[in-house]
Design a protein around this ligand. Structure first.
Ligand SMILES: [Zn+2]
Length: 71
């Protein structure tokens, strides 16, 4: 009986770990799909979805957007 319980636990762990790895690989491929853009002010590379967009230009932060507009 003990061996059966161990087999069941092992199978459950295998399924749970398998699911975790699949989730990781999905999020990794989403990261790879994320387009990188460059901050016009400091040249820092950031993800397009995290960047602040203004008139076709990208900025890493609101401060850099404002700094560039003051020029
Ligand atoms: Zn910047």
């Amino acid at each position: 009986m003990r061996i059966l319980v161990l087999i069941v636990i092992g199978l459950l762990l295998y399924i749970i770990i398998g699911k975790l790895f699949r989730k990781k690989s999905v999020s990794k491929s989403q990261d790879e799909l994320g387009k990188m853009v460059r901050c016009l002010h400091c040249d820092l590379h950031i993800l397009e979805q995290e960047a602040i967009r203004s008139e076709g230009n990208y900025f890493c932060s609101q401060q850099h957007l404002e700094a560039e507009q003051k020029k």
